[in-house]
Design a protein around this ligand. Structure first.
Ligand code: SF4
Length: 442
């Protein structure tokens, strides 16, 4: 069971020396219990107690880095079952299933989905190469996929093929998804020697638990748990049970990220596949594998993921500043909006589509949308004028400012606060910005 603040407090010397960076031993203990600071930050706890407490205060789910370079990602490290309790920390990664037979067609296809949404690159992060019995084709497919700058999952229970494939791509930190009740010892050696994560599957949850215990006893704690492909119902129940047992039951044997192959569960039905991928994004697929990922699937899926894996305690904001778009300089017109990331990226995208050089002035509006920020007193004539006077002197000599149409009420006060500036009412909706700027005569 997870320890409480008082459990840790008993082991501190209660001198409030502040060496840990906290004002008191009690504050330190409460933060340790909340997972905000490591118990080892107090240099005065006895080594024998520290060993015991470190084990107890370790996160309930392990965190791993997989992939390399532009395709390096973190998985695991979750501490809550529901996003609203705190936040989810490692977004689900999406991948496609390929084999030695279709790799040449599949690789160009998966590169087609690649776009930016609210500052985040959306693309297929994982390639799952499945062993279909032909070692030569499998190894050849791994060589080709290894050059695609994606995380590779090697789905292979054949130890000879797995060993050869891992050797090819081990520098890019793939996942060897091939251990089961009968081959786990050999697969564990291949994965451990190569320094890669090992995927474990079993015929049911009890067998999976047993196999993980044996792997841990043999010293391998770099694991990811495959929730199975028998049926969607069973895979979902397994995913939920694994997460619940690890986080609420305190059973570290299941304290690993999970992998789910919705392509196999959907059996060729693309609508079902998309539905399952959505479900496992919410509960609790660390890596979700599909048979294909085109824009029709990617747009709803990546949008859902971005909503689920943002911290509900932090507004999605961009930094205040003067963003020079389309090659804008000090003679270009200025436009302002709020620092809410979604608003910023939509407005910036429309300005870019217009091709008109524009200085987009972003003030600190609390991370709210335009009307919410205005209603909350975060977007006022005073705040905009103050920012422009302090930050935009040399950058905006054009002295024309386009306001969001929804806060046209600020125009008069802004003209008073910014003598010499021309204040223009812009569009109510971002969709009108392209035409507005193209027609704008300054
Ligand atoms: S370093 Fe240890 S003894 Fe000092 S305040 Fe922190 S918890 Fe207390």
């Amino acid at each position: 069971m997870a320890l409480k603040g008082l459990d840790y407090f008993k082991f501190t010397p209660k001198t409030n020396c502040k060496a840990c960076g906290k004002p008191t031993c009690m504050a330190f203990s409460m933060d340790v219990a909340a997972g905000k600071i490591e118990i080892g930050k107090c240099p005065h706890i006895k080594p024998e107690d520290l060993a015991k407490l470190s084990e107890a205060s370790a996160p309930p789910m392990k965190t791993f880095k997989i992939g390399a370079g532009k395709a390096e990602f973190q998985i695991g490290g979750e501490t809550v079952l529901f996003r609203h309790e705190k936040t989810f920390v490692s977004k689900s990664l999406y991948g496609v299933n390929v084999t030695g037979d279709n790799i040449d067609k599949a690789l160009p296809e998966l590169k087609k989905v690649d776009y930016v949404r609210i500052g985040e690159r959306m693309f297929c992060e994982v390639i799952n190469i499945e062993f279909t019995g032909d070692k030569g084709k499998f190894v050849d497919a791994v060589k080709k996929a290894n050059a695609a700058e994606r995380v590779l999952v090697l789905s292979c229970t054949d130890t000879a093929a797995a060993k050869e494939a891992v050797e090819i791509c081990k520098a890019n930190k793939p996942i060897l998804n091939g251990a089961n009740e009968s081959n786990f010892a050999d697969m564990s050696k291949i994965a451990t020697d190569a320094g890669v994560l090992l995927g474990v599957s079993a015929k049911n949850l009890e067998a999976l638990h047993d196999t993980v215990e044996k792997l841990e006893a043999a010293g391998n704690k770099n694991l990811i748990l495959d929730v199975g492909t028998t049926s969607a119902k069973e895979a979902f129940a397994n995913a939920v049970e694994i997460r619940r047992v690890a986080l609420k039951g305190g059973d570290r044997t299941f304290g690993y990220p999970s992998i789910v192959n919705v392509g196999k569960l959907a059996k060729g039905n693309h609508e079902v596949e998309l539905g399952l991928a959505s479900i496992f994004t919410i509960k609790y697929g660390s890596i979700i594998l599909l048979d294909s990922l085109d824009y029709a699937k990617a747009l709803p899926l990546f949008g859902l993921r971005q909503n689920i894996f943002t911290d509900p305690q932090k507004p999605m904001k961009v930094e205040p500043g003067v963003y020079k778009l389309n090659g804008a300089d000090e003679k270009s017109v200025c436009m302002t909006t709020v620092d809410f990331a979604l608003t910023y990226f939509i407005v910036a995208g429309e300005i870019e589509r217009s091709g008109v050089p524009t200085n987009l002035v972003i003030t600190d509006a609390g991370g709210y949308s335009v009307l919410t920020a205005w209603a909350a007193g975060k977007l006022t004539a005073g705040s905009i004028a103050k920012y422009i006077k302090e930050q935009c002197g040399d950058k905006c000599k054009n002295q024309t400012l386009i306001l969001p149409g929804k806060v046209s009420v600020l125009k008069g006060e802004l003209e008073e606060n910014l003598p010499g500036w021309k204040i223009v009412i812009g569009t109510n909706e971002a969709v009108g910005i392209v035409k507005f700027l193209k027609d704008f005569k300054g």
